[in-house]
Design a protein around this ligand. Structure first.
Ligand SMILES: [Zn+2]
Length: 205
C-alpha cells in the first residue's frame, strides 16, 4: 500500500465515511498544499500528548499543561452561568449544544445512558455527578437541565436522574428540567441542527 492508499484507508475508518469520501479527503489534502498538511499532522500529533479529562464537566479536552485537577476552557470561563447545569450523555452531545450558541451554562458529561436490557448504571458517572452538586449549589445552581438523547434509553436515564437528584433539589432549591421535544423521537442531540437545539432549550420543562 502506498501512502495515498494508506491515508484513504485510515479516513475510511472514520464514522460515516465511505471509500469515495475517503478518496475525496485525500485529494483535498493533495491539492491543499503543504501548509495545510503540516497543520493537520501537527494538530493530530498534539492530541496524543495533552488530552485530559476535565475534573468538573468530565469532557476530554486538549490542555496546555498537565494538572492534577485539569479544568477545561468551558469550566474555567467565568462568564459561563453557574446557575445552569446541563447533563449530557456524551462529549458529542456537549459539542452539539455548544455549536447551537444558545446555551451559556455549565455541563456535566454522564458518559452514556442506561441500557434498557440491564438497567445498569455503573458505567455512568452518577456518583461523581451527585457528589459535585453541593458545591455547585453553593455556587448558585438554580436549574439542572437533563439534555439526554430523545430515545427510550435517554428517557430511562432522565427518570433515574430525577429520582437521584430529587432530595438534593429539595434541599438546595434548584429545579430539574428536561429539553423540550423539538427533537423528534429517536433523534440524537449530536445530529440536531442549531435551531432544533435552540427550540428544545427554549421549550424545556
Ligand atoms: Zn469542563
Amino acid at each position: 500500500m502506498d501512502s495515498l492508499e494508506r491515508l484513504a484507508s485510515l479516513f475510511e475508518k472514520f464514522p460515516g465515511i465511505g471509500p469515495r469520501q475517503a478518496e475525496r479527503f485525500v485529494q483535498y489534502l493533495l491539492r491543499g498544499g503543504s501548509a495545510l498538511r503540516r497543520e493537520l499532522a501537527k494538530t493530530i500529533e498534539e492530541l496524543s500528548g495533552a488530552v485530559e479529562r476535565c475534573s468538573e464537566c468530565m469532557r476530554f479536552f486538549a490542555s496546555l499543561k498537565k494538572s492534577a485537577t485539569p479544568v477545561c476552557t468551558i469550566c474555567a470561563d467565568k462568564d459561563r452561568d453557574a446557575k445552569l447545569l446541563a447533563i449530557v450523555a456524551s462529549n458529542a452531545d456537549l459539542n452539539a449544544l455548544e455549536r447551537s450558541h444558545t446555551y451559556r451554562g455549565r455541563y456535566f458529561v454522564l458518559g452514556g445512558t442506561i441500557s434498557l436490557a440491564s438497567e445498569k448504571t455503573n458505567h455512568l458517572r452518577m456518583r461523581e455527578l451527585l457528589s459535585s452538586i453541593p458545591a455547585r449549589a453553593r455556587n448558585g445552581l438554580r436549574e439542572i437541565i437533563l439534555a439526554l438523547p430523545a430515545n427510550p434509553e435517554g428517557d430511562a436515564t432522565a427518570v433515574r436522574l430525577r429520582e437521584e437528584l430529587a432530595p438534593l433539589s429539595k434541599e438546595s432549591k434548584f429545579a430539574i428540567t428536561s429539553l423540550g421535544r423539538g427533537l423528534s423521537t429517536g433523534s440524537e442531540l449530536e445530529y440536531a441542527d442549531p435551531d432544533t437545539i435552540k427550540n428544545a432549550l427554549a421549550g424545556r420543562k
